[in-house]
Design a protein around this ligand. Sequence first.
Ligand code: NAD
Length: 340
Amino acid sequence: MKVFITGGCGFIGSNFIRYFAAKYPRSEILNVDKLTYAGNLENLKGLEKRKSYRFLKADIANAAQMKKTFKNFRPEAVINFAAESHVDRSITKPDTFLKTNFLGVGVLLNCALEYGVERFVQISTDEVYGSVHRGKFREDSVLNPSNPYSASKAAADGLVLAYYKTYGLPVVITRSSNNYGPYQFPEKFIPLVVFNAMENKKIPVYGDGLQVRDWLFVEDNCRAIDIVLRSGKVGEIYNIGGQHERANIQVVKQILRTLDKPLTLIEHVKDRPGHDRRYALSIAKIKRHLGWQPKTSFESGFLKTIKWYNKNRDWLKNTQTGAYRSFYRKYYSKLGLTET
Ligand SMILES: NC(=O)c1ccc[n+]([C@@H]2O[C@H](COP(=O)([O-])OP(=O)(O)OC[C@H]3O[C@@H](n4cnc5c(N)ncnc54)[C@H](O)[C@@H]3O)[C@@H](O)[C@H]2O)c1
């Protein structure tokens, strides 16, 4: 299969490319990533020499560049991971979120239509449903986003479905809960806590820390996305949840205990505006129709993750200093893999 993957240098995208390349060594992968602060070529170290893998530095919102890329590569499938993904940043600077998460998706949909793509997978999020006090969201629940990030993702979901209904573009949407695992940029909750704890720095916890998230090990998500790509029904949405609900403060304490660090590192800070209290997903649909369910318990995924960050302290440090950027840019351009 020829797969056009966007945002493959980010957290979930890079895990997915590794998963996909290992499982289907004969597939052809084109990874298109703008390399924002969250995109890290180091996440794909080792893959760059494979003939079946190519990388292109490009912006999904650049219509001319995307058109040229589709024309040259002629993908059978598109999987769109590319997004501005950090809620806090969307509150202070919403414009880039609208551009990438909505307009960029529009550009990809137009290209997919023009070049006859057989499957378009949009990677969405449980955050489009907003907060739920009791019960769980199903795929047909009303969307009620609370911040510019989730609103831009909800808008994109609407556009993706409209291209199915209006033009018959074969789309599928996945909405997953909070992912955790290796290669996650340490502005996100779990790697941030691990990083600060390792450095004996204070750990900021929003408000009372009782916000509940449903944690999904990234490898389980990759497996689900692959199943949806191959067997998901066109025009459908699939929730992907870890079924491991934990309050943020519980997770922080568990990390500190695992790393043998004192709870006094915890520092409660003012809650952020529009902070959703609880996310919870029903995964009945994907379980019943596609036979997927998470395999990794929170305890084992959590330990694997902490061990990975502990073993890859340099990776963690490099994300802070940007040291990997100039090194990998030079390295990639030597191999002729990067176009700007
Ligand atoms: N991380 C989670 O817990 C989670 C949960 C549910 C859904 N999602 C969704 O999964 C997807 C991937 O999330 P992530 O956590 O890996 O994000 P990330 O921020 O780690 O990675 C995003 C990647 O997209 C790239 N990118 C950003 N703007 C781009 C543009 N205009 N053109 C091309 N590339 C661009 C970045 O360089 C980066 O490599 C996103 O769509 C996000 O909404 C994430």
